[in-house]
Design a protein around this ligand. Structure first.
Ligand SMILES: Cc1ncc(COP(=O)(O)O)c(C=O)c1O
Length: 336
């Protein structure tokens, strides 16, 4: 398989991202733990989403789009990356953001990712969590609106999670295996929020003949729904790009680490943020990576997440760290 022949790609991410050891956490776990620093794919464009957008925005341009439309939570990393990557390409960016009551006032004050959406000039629409369940038709509705005034919109699904976007993680796996050389991983662990990253990792490992287990840790929702989504994306990737067919045996979903739910933190998660920062200087985000890392610590070395060499993909999310603010962190982070 020559990945570069599968689909056109823009160069947006700073790659290869480093693969680094985590010596103190490894000693604690009794296995070798490494981190693939996809939180370093850029500054404002950091995180996993930009790898998917390299393919998605290349297609948008090839189709002659003048605008992109996508959606996510109010503090979506995907929406922020889309807004910031679209601006220099001359693509208008329209975002549908989920807020508790679906009101524009709830986007104030603009902080974190939301502030960056604004800086990039994206237009923002809001919806309630109930309305968001029908996100594909919400995006179609916005696209119709844009078409009515002469724009040519390109719809990007939530999280950039479809077959084309998942190629970003097939490519990341190729990069990782090259870096690992004669010490290949036994498992690759990612936080799972819309499924595309896990689909790409599982597809990449299978396509490249690696024996490592692809492991996703859902940070919201139930594993069964993610299993369905990953298999759908993989089926689309098989049909469109000739990638191998995935079955449910090709990846593992670890259940039980969603905590209080999407973007809600528990004391235990916040304590882990502190612990990893102090152990190996590993700064996680409160919405995705800390939940996934909890699952990793809990299950590393088991059949679901086999040793001896586990790679955690740090998928980014740093802008979420500032949003929770002192009231949330005070009790666990402590004051000097
Ligand atoms: C920081 C971060 N990590 C992990 C994920 C999960 O990736 P995916 O949506 O591809 O499952 C996301 C986005 O949802 C994210 O923003």
């Amino acid at each position: 398989m020559r990945l570069d022949d599968l689909a056109p790609r823009l160069t947006l991410a700073r790659t290869p991202t480093p693969l680094e050891p985590l010596p103190r956490l490894s000693a604690r776990l009794g296995l070798e733990l490494l981190v693939k620093r996809d939180d370093l794919t850029g500054s404002h464009l950091s995180g996993n989403k930009i790898r998917k957008l390299e393919y998605l925005l290349a297609e948008a341009r090839a189709l002659g789009a003048t605008a992109v439309v996508t959606c996510g939570g109010a503090q979506s990393n995907h929406c922020r990356a889309t807004a910031l990557a679209s601006a220099p390409l001359g693509l208008e960016c329209a975002l549908v953001l989920r807020t508790p009551r679906g009101r524009a006032e709830e986007l104030e004050p603009a902080r974190g990712n939301l502030l960056l959406d604004r800086l990039a000039g994206a237009s923002l629409r809001t919806c309630t969590p109930a309305e968001y369940r029908a996100w594909p038709s919400l995006l179609e509705g916005v696209a119709d609106e844009l078409r009515a005034r002469g724009a040519r919109p390109y719809i990007i699904p939530q999280g950039g999670s479809n077959a084309l976007g998942s190629l970003g993680y097939v490519r990341a796996v190729e990069e990782l295996l090259e870096q690992a050389g004669d010490k290949p991983p036994s498992a690759v662990v990612v936080a799972t929020g819309s499924g595309g990253t896990l689909a790409g990792v599982a597809l990449g490992l299978k396509a490249l003949g690696a024996r490592a287990r692809a492991v996703g840790v859902p940070i919201c929702d139930d594993p069964a729904s993610f299993r369905r989504v990953v298999l759908e994306i993989a089926a689309e990737a098989a049909a469109r790009f000739g990638l191998p067919r995935l079955t449910a045996d090709d990846f593992t979903l670890l259940d039980g680490y969603q905590g209080r739910g999407y973007a809600l933190s528990s004391e235990e998660e916040l304590a882990l943020l502190r612990e990893t920062a102090r152990a190996d200087g590993l700064v996680l985000d409160p919405v995705y990576t800390v939940k996934a890392f909890r699952g990793l610590l809990d299950r590393a070395g088991s059949d679901a997440l086999p040793g001896p060499r586990v790679v955690f993909v740090h998928t980014g999310g740093i802008f979420g760290l500032g949003v929770a603010g002192p009231p949330l962190y005070g009790s666990v982070v402590g004051t000097p």
